[in-house]
Write a protein of this length. Structure first.
Length: 277
């Protein structure tokens, strides 16, 4: 069996460097996905999340900070490596400044690692984990989010949809921009559903979903009420987008509208949900 490729086979940190290096594991939680944070603004992970501390001091000036963030339960992405240059004396906030190690920049956002994290601590001395950080893949370009999984497996948070549209991720754009569809918006805060359709005259699926990203409601009456009453932050935290049925551009709109109506009755989105008609 071939020997696994490890992170330090790429970084070549010396024993001296390893002795002063620490790894910060930035994990998902129930409130936030670190992957979405990184895609929206890498510095929010590479600076804010890396150098945030509570009471415990995570780093000291002169140490090397290796920043990873979680992709799945046992996969991580190398996002930066920094030399800690200053401590700010802050608790429950960003407490350090640092400078990137330029020799490692070609790997930032591209090295996918396998590591099963069984410890609670977010920061570990590199020597204690370096031989367990296995390289799964070196991406050809910087990580830009999840790949399009197929129409029957689309289920996106607002943050994921916003990132896909904002970056115009090519595989998603190609899959959605010429598709007619019946789609579902779920308000996870209330459990209510909204069933909508994209049938060409009102825009294809990418255009319809872009409208929701822009204003939260896409012009729909009861969704407008949610935004008005609870605010856009509520939409960002609670709305989820999925595809019920998709069609090519040649399908007649009346077929799509019939299927939209069928799904509204099936899911009770008129009687109990967010469809006004």
């Amino acid at each position: 069996m071939p020997k696994p490729l490890l992170l330090n086979d790429l970084l070549h940190l010396s024993q001296e460097d390893l002795a002063r290096a620490k790894v910060k594991f930035n994990q998902h939680n129930t409130q936030i996905s670190m992957m979405e944070v990184y895609l929206a603004n890498p510095d929010d992970v590479n600076h804010d999340a890396l150098f945030w501390r509570a009471k415990q001091r995570n780093f000291s000036v002169g140490e090397i900070a290796i920043c990873l963030f979680q992709l799945s339960w046992d996969t991580w992405l190398l996002s930066t490596v920094k030399e800690v240059t200053r401590e700010l004396g802050v608790t429950y906030g960003v407490n350090y400044e640092g400078e990137e190690r330029e020799e490692y920049q070609p790997y930032f956002g591209r090295v996918v690692l396998k590591y099963r994290k069984t410890h609670q601590a977010q920061v570990r001395y590199a020597n204690s984990v370096i031989n367990e950080l296995e390289v799964l893949q070196i991406l050809p370009t910087m990580f830009d989010g999840i790949d399009f999984p197929g129409y029957d497996k689309v289920r996106l948070t607002y943050g994921q949809l916003s990132t896909i549209i904002g970056r115009r991720k090519q595989d998603w754009a190609a899959a959605l921009e010429n598709q007619k569809a019946v789609y579902l918006i779920t308000d996870k805060g209330s459990g209510r559903h909204y069933v909508g359709s994209a049938y060409g005259e009102n825009g294809m699926l990418l255009q319809r979903w872009t409208n929701y990203v822009n204003n939260g409601h896409g012009g729909n009456e009861l969704l407008k009420a949610v935004v008005s009453d609870l605010g856009m932050d509520y939409v960002v935290q609670n709305f989820q987008y999925s595809i019920l049925e998709n069609y090519n551009a040649r399908v007649d709109k009346h077929i799509i509208l019939e299927r939209e109506s069928w799904w509204k009755e099936t899911l009770g989105s008129r009687a109990f949900g967010l469809n006004a008609n």
